[in-house]
Design a protein around this ligand. Structure first.
Ligand SMILES: CO[C@@H]1O[C@H](CNc2nc3cc4c(=O)[nH]c(N)nc4cc3[nH]2)[C@@H](O)[C@H]1O
Length: 376
């Protein structure tokens, strides 16, 4: 994998770049649709390509390990072939899901014992076997096995958790070197910065991760319930230390406003379930603010879903029709809303990139964050 830094903004830390892997280029800043269990919920791969056109989507080690399980994925020749997606894929390591999804997990130095949220069976993740699982899944970018430090937590816990994540990172790097890629294309490991919301721990963790010299670096332990101002403060501390010539991935972020503010702080890659999860609940993101399509006010509004027309659904269907589909609990409603929200998120990061290249990002961003926060 390589990263070309195309332009640095003069009035913020925003950057425009290009990541190149064996499955194509990724123009940054980028938003990565979440396809946790080998599907971006409710959207065909063809619709993704034709209408939303992300250079990269996410998969998840925890989920894919439990279902369809690694032997099936190996027989398929890896996740790309299994789901018929020939562009980039990034898999999270399970370092978050094993805490957020499974009950009674036990964290020890060796690794994490956890109970499957599907059938209650017991499993064990370690830095070593998670590297092997991600080799079998075959994502282009894979994440180190870390502990996503819970929020809030006291300084002592955050410090111990951070150091364990660093020791686990060393084991990931060491073991990955012993397990060759399986499908003939390169896979790149991203280490993950932790340190909770403690500035000195974030600095220590950013230094440790920067010293690994990886091709890209991730920031974890945020978007876990902390106030946005804390998220921004920690991002600022960490991006001041992470190498400029490598992409920075802020995990699990976020709302449109979070994304623009973090682009301004030097982040290049984002993922979040918000556009897809909230779509299924009728929440539409637009450049002029948020629409709750279930609201009665849209009942006889036959105007297009979004006149900016980021995707075909925006102009082909009316607000009144989409509201009706949600009221009738029709599948199509969730599908339309998902395509709209993902189309909007991809438009947002691409417009940010255009503004960075034009040198007008700062003024545009300051205007947009006000517009985006409106309730329509
Ligand atoms: C704002 O949306 C809510 O918040 C979650 C996203 N927030 C988030 N923070 C993360 C941190 C980490 C981390 O430290 N390590 C690893 N390996 N993966 C991570 C994944 C993360 N996702 C969504 O699931 C949603 O519930």
């Amino acid at each position: 994998m390589k990263f070309d830094l195309i332009k640095k903004d003069e009035k913020s830390k925003a950057r425009a770049g290009i990541v190149t892997t064996d499955h194509g280029v990724i123009e940054t800043p980028i938003f990565m649709p979440v396809g946790t269990v080998a599907s971006v919920k409710g959207v065909h791969q063809r619709e993704l390509k034709d209408d939303i056109n992300p250079d990269i989507i996410l998969g998840n080690t925890y989920h894919l390990y439990l279902r369809p399980q690694t032997d099936i994925l190996e027989k398929a020749g890896g996740l790309h072939k299994f789901m018929n997606w020939d562009r980039n894929i990034l898999t999270d390591s399970g370092g978050y899901q094993v805490y957020s999804l499974s009950s009674n997990r036990k964290i020890k130095e060796e690794g994490v014992k956890f109970k499957s949220h599907i059938d209650g069976s017991y499993h064990f993740f370690s830095p070593e076997n998670v590297m092997e699982i991600q080799r079998t899944i075959g994502a282009d970018i894979i994440m180190a096995f870390d502990e996503c430090t819970p929020y809030p937590c006291d300084y002592r816990y955050a410090k111990r958790s951070m150091h364990m994540t660093h020791r686990w990172l060393d084991r990931c790097v060491d073991h990955l070197g012993k397990v060759p890629a399986k499908y003939g294309y390169e896979q790149t490991l991203f280490p993950i910065v932790q340190g909770s919301t403690y500035k000195d721990l974030r600095q220590q963790s950013a230094e440790y991760i920067a010293n690994v010299g990886a091709e890209g670096n991730a920031i974890g332990g945020l978007s876990v319930g902390e106030p946005a101002e804390e998220m921004y403060a920690m991002t600022e501390v960490v991006t001041a230390i992470l190498p400029e010539d490598k992409p920075r991935y802020l995990m699990g972020v976020g709302t449109p406003v979070n994304i623009l503010e973090n682009i301004a702080l030097g982040i290049d890659m984002f993922d979040c379930v918000m556009p897809t999860r909230n779509a299924r609940n009728g929440m539409l993101f637009t450049a002029n603010g948020i629409i709750n399509i279930k609201n009665k006010k849209w009942e006889a509004d036959f105007s297009p879903i979004d006149s900016m027309g980021h995707t075909f659904v925006d102009l082909e269907y009316s607000k009144a029709y989409l509201r009706h589909l949600f009221a009738a609990n029709e599948y199509l409603g969730k599908q339309i809303a998902t395509i709209h929200n993902l189309g909007f998120y991809l438009w947002l990061v691409r417009e940010a990139r255009r503004q960075i290249l034009a040198g007008t990002f700062r003024e545009w961003k300051d205007k947009m964050v006000i517009q985006l926060a409106q309730r329509l």
